[in-house]
Design a protein around this ligand. Sequence first.
Ligand SMILES: [Zn+2]
Length: 363
Amino acid sequence: MKRTIMSMLGALAVAAGFSMFTAPAHAYTINCYPVTNSQTTYPYDGSAEKCGTSVNAAPTQKANGMAGALGSMKLDMLPAYNNLSNAHAKFRMFNNPTEYKTFFQERKVTPPSGTSSSDWEYPDVTSPDDPVGQKAWGVTYPLTPAPRWTAIFATNFAGVTLDSYANISYLTAHESGHWQDYFFKDIAGTNLSGLLSQSSLWGRLIAVDLENSMPPSVIDQFMPQCGTGGLFSGKTDFTVIPGSAAGGYYICNGTRGRGPALNNKYAGATNRVVLNLAYGDNFKLEREILSNETAFWESTTDDAPHGVMSYFDSNRFGCTKLLMQRVLQDGRLPTQSQMAAVVKPIGSGGGLAGCPVTGLPTN
Ligand SMILES: [Zn+2]
């Protein structure tokens, strides 16, 4: 059967007058098309793509939003933008993870000319073994030794639309943070682990941030959990509730999660434990905190009642946020005096945050 097809292709190629080196293009089900604009600079250099069964079946509006979010980084975080631009960082917008899987799988089976199967490796976020991936709206792959691409989904595998939880600007900025984690891996000295979020500098800063912003053992000491001014007041978790466009359970009790106490699901938990229970990997993994801080500095929001951006407000995570601000906006580390001036989160009694300055330049 294979031989028959090969000889037919050969005959067609000869009949069409092609050289035998020009293989006829394989017809794929899912294809990607460049997002275009009057500009030709990144990401309008072919790096931003929209994908679907045809150009008209691709999520054009979302893809435009994705490209716009990448392009706007030029205005307020030029070093970060330049990193993406120099790498031609590929961002593809898919309707859903099923089409994403088809896109990669059919190229893995029949690689396009000049590529091999290994170029089309991908994490299968439709796998039953990956409940976290099934809820994801974005994948950047791989993280090490270097990212090759980002995929973003208009609707995740659980059937929940991106817009009901966050928005395309936030998600694009978050995924771009995973690239910056790689691009800036060596800024704090040789880092054998290959990511800034795994460096010893990051480790020192995040330890103080977590202690100041989300104390592990003290409930309500500085930050009320629920009620007026409560950290979780009106917020929902990332639990996927099938068929619910809103999705998620309120973390606090009462109408629209604005009651005085945690719901039963979270009763007795400290703020840090609630975050870890409620938001997947967003606060469990260093790389996710770094990516969320990238989205913070890109001034994106991910909307109440869902989303994680609000937890970075009010001077929380001040040490790592300063590191990311200077790195993304200036392409350099903060100075020791800048880091020493970081203050504690609002509501925590005031004073300096006590961010360690080891490893930072003096000026
Ligand atoms: Zn992430």
